[in-house]
Structures are given as structure tokens and as C-alpha cells.
Design a protein around this ligand. Sequence first.
Ligand code: FNR
Length: 186
Amino acid sequence: MAQYTIAVLVGSLRKGSCNRRLARALEKLAEGRARFDYVEIGDLPLYNQDNDGDYPAEGLRLKQQIRDADAVLFATPEYNRSVPGVLKNAIDLGSRPYGDSAFAGKPAAVVGASIGAIGSALAQQHLRNILAYLDMQVLSQPEVFIHFKDGLIDEDGSVSNADTAKFLQSFVERFLALIKVYGQRD
Ligand code: FNR
């Protein structure tokens, strides 16, 4: 089976981010079948349409990383019931100038974790609206709303709860199957 490259956008810049841990857990569960390429979004300039004709280097680098990937994984916290600004900025930069979006047609999946009970569900719902507009092929199910508790996933992505690990494995299988259908190569 082909080894896919999955560009990963984590919507938190925090060192101890539970969403980054969640992404690492998925990376571990997909080991040997997918390579996770973590996209740096903390150094991106704020999107400014005045710069469309002379695109910032960081924006071009982001777009190239997305283009080089077979699929995109978004792991997002919920900030004020929506997508964190840092992630929305990365998406805006990757989608412009008009007609030159790096996201169009790519398979994608959305996951999220929060210390709150709803596991970033509302942010994920907003994100799904954005990705539909960007013409991405977004995995519908399973929805991954992780109510994060201390020790659930360690920094290396090891999952302590067997049911959670099994659920995340089922997500990985569905995502890889989606990439096989919509990805640009085997
Ligand atoms: C939050 N948090 C939060 N949680 C939630 O369930 N719903 C929300 O609307 C918000 N809003 C919010 C706004 C801001 C500015 C911050 C800093 C935090 C809590 C947040 O989900 C929690 O801190 C997560 O752990 C953040 O994810 P990372 O950084 O651990 O990946």
C-alpha cells in the first residue's frame, strides 16, 4: 500500500497542546501507512489582500506543503465557540490569491480535543463549513470530539484508554480509505 503524506494543521500554538497530542496519536496509529507533515502556522503573517500580487514567502511555503500532501488533517481546539484565529489565518493564506487555492479538491479530516465536555464540536462545525466552501473532500464520520483529561494522550501520542485508542484507529482507517478514493495517487 502507498504511504500517504498528510499535512497536519494544529489550531493551537501552545507547547502542551492536547490537539497536537491528538494528532500525534493519529500519526502513531497510521504508522507505516501515512507520513504526517506538521505545518508551522505560528510564523505566518496576517493575511492581507494587498499582498496577493507579491505573496509572502511563509504563505507560499504553506501552500507548497499543502500541495505536496495527499490530504490535510485539521486538529483544532475551540476558541470562543469557533475556530482559533491562528488557524483561520492559515486557511485564508492557503486559499488565496483567488483561483490559486492549495486546498481545492484535497481529501481532509477534522478532529479536535478540549478540556471542555463538547470536545471542540462547535469549532469543528464552523471549520467544516469553511472546508466545504474550499471544495475539500471532508471525511463525514466518525466525528472526533475528544474530551481531554490529564494522561489520556502523552506527548509521544500514546493513548492510555483502550476504547479511545480503538475509536481513533477506526478514524484512521476511514481517513486512509477516503484518501485512497480522492487522493491524487495510489
Ligand atoms: C478556550 N477554550 C474553550 N473551550 C471550549 O470548549 N469552548 C470554547 O469556546 C473555548 N474558548 C476558549 C477561548 C480561548 C481564547 C482559549 C485560550 C481557550 C478552552 C480550550 O478549548 C482549551 O484550552 C484547549 O485545551 C485548547 O486546546 P490546546 O491548546 O490544548 O490544543
